[in-house]
Design a protein around this ligand. Structure first.
Ligand SMILES: [Zn+2]
Length: 327
């Protein structure tokens, strides 16, 4: 029940990350024709109106040892505070950065040193340029920079996600793992291959025992898996397994979307995804077409998990991931 309220937040976040608003912002960067400039100006006006909204609030959750979760629209933010300054995981959207910075400054008091992007999606990396301007070094997997610097065709949504401006690209990238020693924490940043995308990272604060899963973990809802950007059901299950191996019974787990979670929540999500994969695989093995499987209602007992990703999109994602067919 609790996650119902997060679903509405999540839907807004995804709508912003995956549909029109993102395209408008990206188009504004490359606008050449007057008509496009007019659209860009309208988008800027709309953005200014959003910036001046006094009611954007981040929910702060104290996880101990100077670590916090900040939840609002867009991906959940992780924050480490202490003598070394602020270490941030994900930065939502550019228009929310003033509020994000207010929260960080109030909790940290020190400079923002690092922002780690868990992946390239705009609801997790949309504030990068503003964070850089505030003094942060942006860190992410190699493929995050690669994807942010080129156009990405998304066949599931039937649109192209435009490259972002260079100001938003990570300046430090890694291929497998990296470790920060910061605020008395040993912070493991680990790449999980071909999971939600091809550039995901999970972040574990060893001493605080806090794990940020990025969008490898949607708590209480069907997951979005960006198959067009190298994501896969198999890889996402692998990422959830890595999360289970990394965490212990008391680990506080920040999902990419949804409420603060436990290891038991992570296991439940993993088991459901394994079950979904099995059900779709069984239909494919019987020779059924995607259209037939979509009409079958094979996920109807999971209807509570429907949000931005409904049952049909979940089947489509699993089908495309398993067969490699980009329909
Ligand atoms: Zn994402």
């Amino acid at each position: 029940m609790l996650y119902k309220s997060f679903i509405s937040i999540s839907v807004l976040a995804f709508m912003s990350a995956c549909s029109a608003p993102d395209v408008k912002e990206a188009d504004a960067n490359t606008a050449e024709k007057p008509a496009v400039q007019a659209v860009a100006a309208a988008a800027q006006t709309a953005q200014k109106a959003d910036d001046s909204k006094p009611n954007y609030v981040l929910k702060q959750t104290d996880l101990g040892s100077g670590v916090y979760m900040l939840a609002g629209q867009g991906g959940n933010i992780g924050l480490s505070t202490g003598d070394d300054g602020a270490f941030v995981i994900d930065d939502q959207f550019a228009r929310f950065v003033p509020t994000i910075l207010e929260n960080i400054n109030a909790l940290s008091g020190g400079p923002i040193r690092f922002v780690v992007n868990t992946h390239y999606h705009g609801d997790h990396s949309g504030g990068n340029a503003e964070m850089k301007a505030a003094g942060a070094t942006i860190v992410a997997h190699d493929n995050v920079r690669a994807r942010m610097s080129t156009d990405n065709e998304n066949k599931l949504w039937g649109r192209t996600v435009k490259a972002t401006a260079p100001e938003a690209w990570p300046t430090v990238t890694f291929s497998k793992t990296m470790t920060f020693h910061f605020n008395g924490q040993t912070v493991d940043v680990m790449h999980t291959p071909n999971a939600h995308t091809d550039g995901d990272a999970i972040v574990y604060f060893r001493e605080a025992d806090v794990l940020h899963m990025g969008d490898n973990f949607f708590n209480g809802m069907f997951p979005y898996i960006d198959v067009d950007a190298g994501g896969s059901v198999k890889g996402m299950i692998g990422a959830l397994d890595t999360g289970l191996k990394t965490s212990g019974p008391n680990t506080k787990i920040i999902p990419g979307h949804g409420p603060l979670s436990s290891r038991a929540d992570l296991r439940k999500t993993r088991d459901i995804l394994v079950d979904i994969q099995k059900r779709v695989q069984a239909r494919i093995d019987k020779g059924e077409s995607l259209d037939t499987i979509l009409q079958s209602g094979i996920l109807s007992d999971y209807s509570d998990l429907a949000s931005f990703i409904d049952e049909k999109n979940m089947i489509k994602i699993a089908y495309r991931s398993i067969t490699g067919q980009l329909k």
